[in-house]
Design a binder for this molecule. Structure first.
Ligand code: ZN
Length: 237
């Protein structure tokens, strides 16, 4: 373990996890979410799309797929102890960075007032990164800092909607190539797997899948005295 690496020291009271598609959080941070929710943290999910292109079936109906995937996300969230899921229903695969969409993310940050925000690392050097993940992470970062904390940014939310500025303490970015913050999820691995099981439209929950996920989280924990970890890039605000 290098001196920059940190192991989770405190569990926030409130958290907002922002994903591009239903199942993003299950891969990226569901162990952490389960652990925090168990400890009393109020966690909410914000989904930018509802994954309406997440199929290899060319005859699939995107609206039906959206319905199925939102229900799967709700079920996964319930398993983890997440309080609510907000679905913005943008089109899967077509997320574009815009000031309007950033404003929508700012609105949710101002509404839920999370101490910690979790999302994709948009700067990771993964050349096969889903473009929606990159846009999602950049929106999360830019909404948290500085937009949500500045009263003249999206001022109508404050004047007309009764929201107030909010400064999150930190972001934890998953899918990163530069992890420096690790959460021990050994005690909640069963809940992480239960949340995966809630997405039958997306993967076959077989031994291969279980072994692949276990190996990934064992590798994250290699330098520590616990067995399974989730890894993040820590951004203090
Ligand atoms: Zn995704």
């Amino acid at each position: 373990m290098t001196s920059q690496n940190k192991v989770e020291l405190e569990i926030p009271r409130t958290a907002l996890a922002i994903g591009a598609h239903p199942d993003d959080m299950e891969f990226g941070c569901s162990g952490t979410i389960a652990k925090w929710a168990k400890a009393g943290c109020e966690v909410h999910y914000l989904l930018l799309t509802s994954g309406d292109k997440g199929t290899e079936d060319a005859e699939a109906d995107p609206l039906e797929l959206r319905r199925v995937r939102e229900a799967e996300q709700q079920a996964a969230a319930q398993t983890l102890g997440v309080k609510s899921c907000v679905f913005l229903r943008l089109t899967d695969g077509e997320l574009e960075y815009s000031l309007a969409l950033r404003g929508e993310v700012v609105r949710q940050v101002r509404k839920f007032k999370p101490e910690t925000i979790l999302s994709w690392d948009p700067l990771t050097r993964n050349y096969r990164m889903h473009p929606d993940h990159r846009v999602c992470g950049q929106l999360a970062l830019d909404a948290a800092f500085p937009a949500a904390m500045m009263p003249l940014s999206y001022p109508e939310q404050i004047r007309e909607e009764g929201l107030s500025v909010h400064r999150a303490k930190r972001l934890l970015l998953f899918g990163t190539d530069a992890p420096d913050y690790y959460v021990d999820i050994s005690g909640v691995l069963d809940l992480k797997f239960a949340s995966f099981k809630a997405h039958p439209s997306q993967f076959t929950f077989d031994d291969n899948f279980v072994e692949r996920i276990k190996k990934r989280h064992q590798d994250f924990a290699l330098d520590f005295d616990f067995e399974y970890a989730e890894a993040f890039k820590l951004v203090e605000l």
